[in-house]
Write a protein that binds this ligand. Structure first.
Ligand SMILES: [Zn+2]
Length: 460
């Protein structure tokens, strides 16, 4: 496939000499044809980044209206790229027929910016980019953070960095565009705020709104060691890559069970984003890094509930369908704890490793789930009726209740220490005595006395 590759310095913007900018920007425009396999690999403009300074920034709509057929503003800094030439859901664009608008970027703190890179992709008139970008440290007198049209931002504390217009850079509009603004000598300047004033690519065409795929802000001090590359956006409506804190990715795959996609998007994904990093932080051990690539797969023919093997979680769709409004999310939570536990690794590396008792292997996930993630459901309470049958090693939620008793009454740090010992293959029953001065049998007696005292005390 022939790729049209074009680099052009499209003229240098006049910089108001306010002393805010370090050097005049150089604008580089690269254009690739419609070949999807080109994947934003331009000649001069660097490939989009995933964890650039823009990834942590707050993007906001200052003026204009988002086209509801496209993605939210978060598409601009989520580190995800469209995988097809006409993929509205992976691009941000202004409302059809409108005059474009303004997007504000707050980096949260002053950043010495090496480059501002913007990327777009469309087979037709929504490929090119036409915008003016302004910058401000935000601390200057008279600064207005969100100037709407027709206010000239340079009248309220902004400097005009550059005007970008890629329309002359390619002989046909369609394709992938990468634009890079960088300083001619060193950084662009030190700024906290950026403002993009975005124009339609063709004022006479109601659909002349650029499909913006990503905007990267490159920190001058991180430029030597570039941030990881951006990833392909969702490979399909039913297989989604969830970006979790840091460079962790969890794939949720409902391809076999598309009826579960909406539930997964709305209920499961927010739990994973919030809790996977928390579970990892709760269960550390020396020299251990928790898995950074995890997949959760819903299986239409699987029996049972769910099972984890390494970093792969399989879920039985039939059970989940029945539990969507009850235990479904919590069951995946339990499996995520197994992903973090990784107790199998000890026996692969240490021939003397002890075997982790099954009741603790299952008790820890249920403890974290029922007592830390969803305590309000009281799912691991033991009723007076079941008291006689309570055993510390009865596994799952009964063992979770026992672990909770020991945590609350003897050692707040019990689960972290126990987990580390299990992961390293150093578990022995002696550890209970070491941590609490009591054997596990003594602890069980105390626990049962505690349970029966609670069971006879009216709960308010
Ligand atoms: Zn389990």
């Amino acid at each position: 496939m022939h790729l049209r590759l074009l680099s052009a310095a499209l003229g240098v913007a006049t910089l108001i000499s306010s002393g805010l900018a370090a050097s005049e920007p150089v604008i580089v425009v690269n254009h690739l044809g419609d070949d999807a396999s080109a994947r934003f690999r331009f000649e001069k403009v660097q490939i989009p980044r995933r964890l650039d300074a823009g990834a942590k920034a707050t993007f906001s709509l200052v003026d204009g209206r988002r086209d509801p057929n496209g993605a939210e503003l978060s598409a601009l800094n989520d580190g995800l790229l469209p995988t097809e030439e006409d993929q509205p859901s992976a691009n941000f664009f202004f409302l059809a027929g409108s005059g474009g608008g303004r997007i504000g970027v707050d980096l949260g703190a002053a950043v010495e910016i090496a480059a501002i890179n913007s990327y777009s992709w469309h087979p037709g008139g929504r490929g090119p980019q036409v915008y003016t970008v302004y910058a401000s440290p935000g601390s200057n007198a008279g600064f207005a953070a969100a100037p709407t049209r027709p206010t000239d931002p340079t009248t309220c504390g902004w400097v005009r960095l550059a005007k970008v217009d890629t329309r002359a850079a390619a002989d046909s509009a369609g394709g992938q565009y990468g634009v890079s603004l960088s300083g001619a000598n060193g950084a662009l300047g030190t700024f906290r705020h950026l403002l993009f004033d975005i124009q339609p690519t063709d004022p006479s065409d109601p659909f002349g709104q650029t499909f913006f795929s990503e905007i990267d802000i490159i920190d001058h001090n991180a430029a030597a060691e570039p941030e990881p590359e951006a990833l392909a956006a969702d490979t399909g409506a039913h297989r989604k890559t969830i970006q979790v804190e840091g460079d962790v990715e969890v794939i949720v795959d409902t391809t076999e069970t598309p009826d579960l996609t909406e539930w997964a998007d709305q209920k499961l994904t927010p739990m994973i984003r919030e809790w996977y990093p928390k579970i990892v932080a709760m269960l550390p051990s020396e020299g251990y890094t928790a898995p950074k690539r995890v997949s959760i797969n819903f299986r239409k023919d699987m029996q049972g509930v769910a099972a984890t093997s390494g970093t792969r979680v399989n879920c039985a769709a039939n059970w989940f369908r029945r539990e969507l409004n009850r235990e479904a999310v919590g069951a995946v939570f339990h499996e995520l704890v197994h992903v973090v536990q990784q107790y199998g690794r000890a026996r692969r590396t240490n021939p003397a490793a002890t075997r982790a008792p099954g009741w603790i292997v299952e008790g820890i996930p249920d403890y974290v789930r029922w007592f830390l993630y969803e305590p309000q459901t009281r799912g691991a309470e033991i009723s007076a009726r079941n008291l006689d049958r309570a055993r510390y090693d009865a596994s799952y939620r009964i063992s979770a209740n026992f672990i909770n008793y020991v945590v609350e009454n003897h050692d707040k740090d019990l689960v972290r220490k126990l987990n580390a010992a299990l992961r390293e293959g150093n578990y022995t029953e002696d550890l209970w005595k070491q941590y609490t001065n009591h054997t596990v049998e003594e602890l069980e007696k105390q626990w049962k006395a505690w349970l029966s005292a609670r069971a006879t005390t009216p709960q308010t």
